[in-house]
Ligand binder design. Sequence first.
Ligand SMILES: [Zn+2]
Length: 351
Amino acid sequence: MKIFYSDVHRKHYPPFEVFDGGKRVPYLENPDRMDQILNALKKADWAELTAPLDFGLDPIYAVHDRDYMIFLASAWNEWLDAPRDPEVAASLEQNVFLPATFALRRMPRVPGTLLGKAGYYMMDLSACIVAGTYEAALTSSNCALSAAELISSSTVNLPPSAFALCRPPGHHAGKDYAGGYCFINNASVAANWLSAKGKVAILDIDYHAGNGTQDIFYKRNDVLTISLHGDPDFEYPHFIGYADETGADAGLGFHKNFPLPKGTGDDGYLSALDEALNMIKNFAPNYLVVSAGMDTFDGDPLGTFRVTQNGFSEIGKRIAALHIPTAIIMEGGYANEALGTNIVTLLENFK
Ligand SMILES: [Zn+2]
């Protein structure tokens, strides 16, 4: 199995993030996550690490707002150039770019100032921007696009599959906003690219609701989107991911959320997954994109589920049994010491 990966992600490593209550903590979405996965993949004789191709900006602009992307590209340098107190300026290289004021989208005005734009284009305090963020995000989406291209062109092993080892992750990024460690929605960019060739289903198994993916495809009927996640009634991203959100306009009936309770274990998870997989079977897509977050794992610091390694094995087996060309896209997962084993356990079913 081809694993699309680039070391460029290391350039995006904010020194901290801000948790609820204003607590400053080391950035949980860190490069060590990738190192743990790489170590585990190197022991798997079926895993073939491959550099991503460069698809340019067009497939990204097909999903994301152009002004939002220009903001992402220029925010850090504009922040460095902004006039400020000399004491703050001295520590800037150890800092991150974050606004302190956020837009309510019922007031949809994009202001001209850097901090105004940041409050408009960012949804929370976890999408910290540093010098290498834009380049890392672009490369991450190229990994997803490379996986998409492989599964749509391969005639070697049928049905083909590929894994995009993406960092930063993507599923919280919407058409014109960053959030939840995400800047470019890698799975959505890949799915939209594939949609020119046939019907696509996106199955999001990250612990958190795939709000960005839901937003991007909400009015479309050529891309079925399904997300299984911690109920937003108690969990991030709080405002979206509820069961009654099922699509709009032409897309009505082509989105499905499975909000699950705290403590969901293998049995509860797998029964929701079976329902999701039946929906995908009925939709009969040409391609499947899996947003693979491993933060459903029992013990993940950002999750409340109790999915075990056996659970991941069964999840992978049941998805692979659909026999659809599948691009698996890395999303979250923060129990770093178990992350490599968990991903390998999932992927083994597709090799
Ligand atoms: Zn997550």
